[in-house]
Structures are given as C-alpha cells and as structure tokens.
Design a protein around this ligand. Structure first.
Ligand code: CMX
Length: 189
C-alpha cells in the first residue's frame, strides 16, 4: 500500500472530520488507531495483513554499560527501579540486567568478550542507549514486513535473547540511526 504524503493525510483528515488544530491531531491519532468514526481519515488498509507482525509496544530499551556492578546501584537504589532479571546471553556476548518500568523494561548490557557488539559500541560511542526493542506476537511476520520494506535484518532467523525471548535486529542505518530489535515471547512464536 502506498501511503500519501503527510500533508495529504492531514488535509484528508481535516476534510473528513471537519476539524482543525488540536482536534485534528486527535482525529488523526484515532484514525491511526482505527477508531471506526475516523477510519476514513486514513487510506484503506487490508486489515488482517496489517495486523500480522504488528509491533505492539516498547518492550525494552537497551543501554550499553561498561560494568553492570557499577551501573545497577544507580538504576536500583538511586532511581528505585525493580531489578527483575539478571541473565547472560552467550550468543551475543553480553550480561544483562532488566529493570521494570511499567510495561517497558530498561536493559543494561555489559560485554563479556571483546568481539561482542556491545564492546564495539562502547569503544566507538561510549555508554548510552544502544537499541530500542519493540514487542510483537509474530516475529516472523514482523521480519517479513521489515524485509519487504527494504530493511536489512541482521540475522537469517530469529535468535535466542534474554528472558526466554526470540529476538531479531534491523540495521540502524536503515532506521534513521536507531538499532531496532523485534522481540517475542518464545510461546508466541
Ligand atoms: N545504534 C545506532 N547506530 C549504530 C549502532 C547502534 N547500536 N551500532 C552501530 N551503529 C552504527 C555505527 O555508529 C556505524 O555508523 P558510521 O558508519 O556512521 O560510523 C555503523 O552503524 C556501523 O557500525 P560498526 O561499529 O562498524 O559495527 P558493525 O557494522 O560491525 O555492527 C551492527 C553494527 C548494528 C550491525 C551490530 O552491532 C549488530 O549486529 N547488532 C545486533 C546484535 C546486538 O547488538 N547484540 C547486542 C544486544 C543483545 C541483546 O539485547 O540481548
């Protein structure tokens, strides 16, 4: 489906909902969520196909750190977040600590070996936000949609991640400089 440009979408929403300013932005949000009264403000989509591999929420934000021992007290004791899980993902060369913050988690990542992607990241950019992970209940469909949109997937199949999840990365150069991860509970896949 080819999406009209942004100006055309706003014009169409204004015409269809006869609204301006803030109310128009609300109408566009409702249209984007598929609220029936506003659906006509957006171009038609083939419903079921669009739902497959839908990205439902930010599952976690990955933060590269040099040392979990040094970083955990900040997030647990100073910020007061609940430390939910410590894990090691051998395949990725990382040790991780997950902190719950509502529906979203913060994942601190420390490299366990020099060829870990996190070690390379720290060397080049220092500590900071490394990736944003988006949850889906169908990781294969999310991968297919991304690939069909011309995005480069960084593995040929989903990988095992922490927390018993299946994960898959998209190249940051294809997503405006953000390393995106799709993740799904193993049971969902
Ligand atoms: N976010 C944004 N940009 C990034 C990035 C990141 N996390 N990592 C690398 N880049 C950028 C680099 O800055 C560089 O840009 P420039 O060419 O403009 O300098 C470019 O991408 C290439 O980076 P690189 O340092 O040469 O690294 P590689 O190409 O060898 O690898 C990447 C980059 C993303 C392909 C690799 O890190 C990868 O495969 N990542 C996915 C796996 C992963 O990150 N695992 C750790 C987390 C595991 C977990 O959560 O469990």
């Amino acid at each position: 489906m080819i999406m009209p440009d942004f100006a055309t979408q706003v014009k169409s929403a204004r015409e269809n909902t006869r609204c301006t300013g803030r109310s128009c932005r609300i109408a566009l949000r409702k249209a984007a969520r598929g609220a029936p009264a506003f659906r006509k403000a957006l171009p038609p989509s083939d419903g079921d196909e669009m739902m497959k591999g839908r990205l439902t929420h930010v599952d976690h934000i990955g933060i590269a750190v040099r040392s979990l021992d040094a970083a955990i007290p900040l997030y647990r004791d100073v910020l007061g977040l609940e430390l939910e899980l410590l894990d090691e993902v051998e395949e990725q060369g990382v040790k991780v600590a997950f902190f719950r913050c509502g529906e979203t988690m913060l994942e601190l990542l420390e490299p366990t070996r020099p060829d870990s992607p996190i070690a390379k990241y720290l060397e080049k950019r220092g500590e900071g936000i490394h990736h944003v992970a988006l949850a889906t209940d169908d990781i294969e469909a999310a991968r297919e949609r991304a690939a069909a949109g011309g995005l480069r997937l960084l593995s040929e199949a989903p990988l095992d991640g922490a927390h018993g999840k299946h994960i898959s990365f998209v190249h940051p150069k294809d997503t405006r400089g953000v390393l995106l991860e799709f993740c799904a509970h193993a049971d969902d896949h």
